[in-house]
Design a protein. Structure first.
Length: 285
């Protein structure tokens, strides 16, 4: 029998049971497990999702043989305090795939190309052209928040240049508007990330109708205060706050798998061959 480990009142103690380890192993984690007594090491994603599978396998083999930590590029698990980092690594298609194609807003488009943003939502509801509540929400928002605004109408803008300047100085990550925005040339110039349904040159008056910090519907998606918003050139995705850690890690996993497929394509394969599409096709004879 091989020497293994068991947990006794919080202390790792020796046993005479063979030990195998699996699940999320990388070249950064296998050394400690082997040193602790693991005799069988089962590694999956750290190799299959690597851009260079040969190098990844060698790194893991080296970590096992030398019992040392070898830095790993992928397979990191992100916690609650690392959501911004995790969502920053993934695209909105990655996030949507991680949510089984759910969460994507409809008809909400980026104001400028290349903008990316993520953060917890602060929600606003207002009337067509009434920009009072959106502007007041800037003062209520914590740094890093994304303002998500539901507007009952699209004939007049509720957001423009000065609101964007203020938001950027306040450290707000972005604004998402299911309604009209204006001054897009200046917003692009200062580089403030913004997404909206339409662009209009005219604004209304600050009447103060509406609410801040309530559940709203934007682009066909329910958004609550604290839900995570991820936005880029592809659009906007809403991640329920209670699932944010799970979805963030899944999205990074999706990205790593796509990186692996891309490496095979760049090496000379094709997408259909890499995915083995014909294997899954059903032919009618």
């Amino acid at each position: 029998m091989f020497t293994g480990l068991r947990l006794v009142e919080g202390v790792v103690a020796a046993t005479s049971v063979p030990v195998a380890v699996a699940g999320g192993l990388t070249s950064e984690t296998v050394a400690a497990l082997v040193t602790a007594g693991a005799r069988v090491v089962i590694v999956g994603g750290a190799i299959t999702k690597a851009k260079d599978v040969t190098a990844a396998a060698r790194a893991i083999r080296g970590a096992i043989d030398t019992r040392t930590v070898v830095p790993s590029e992928g397979m990191k698990k992100f916690g609650e305090g690392e959501l911004r980092v995790a969502f920053g690594l993934a695209s909105t298609p990655n996030v949507s795939d991680a949510m089984h194609r759910e969460g994507a807003m409809t008809g909400i488009l980026p104001v400028m190309e290349g903008a990316r943003a993520c953060g917890p939502a602060l929600t606003v509801r207002t009337m067509d052209g009434d920009w009072a509540k959106p502007v007041e929400a800037i003062d209520d928002a914590a740094p890093g928040a994304v303002l998500v605004i539901r507007v009952d109408g699209t004939s007049q803008a509720v957001w423009g240049e000065l609101a964007s300047h203020t938001s950027k100085r306040k450290g707000i990550s972005a604004v998402i508007i299911d309604g009209a925005i204006r001054d897009v040339d200046e917003i692009r110039r200062i580089g403030f990330p913004a997404w909206a349904r339409v662009q209009r040159p005219n604004a209304g008056d600050p009447k103060g109708f509406g609410e801040i910090g309530i559940e709203i519907e934007v682009g066909g998606q329910r958004v609550r205060p604290g839900d995570w918003i991820v936005a880029d050139d592809n659009g906007v995705v809403v991640v329920p706050r209670e699932k944010a850690v799970e979805i963030a890690n899944r999205a990074v996993d999706v990205k790593e798998q796509e990186d692996r497929l891309r490496a095979e394509i760049e090496a000379g394969s094709t997408l259909s061959k890499v995915l083995k599409l014909k294997k899954w096709e059903k032919f009618v004879g």
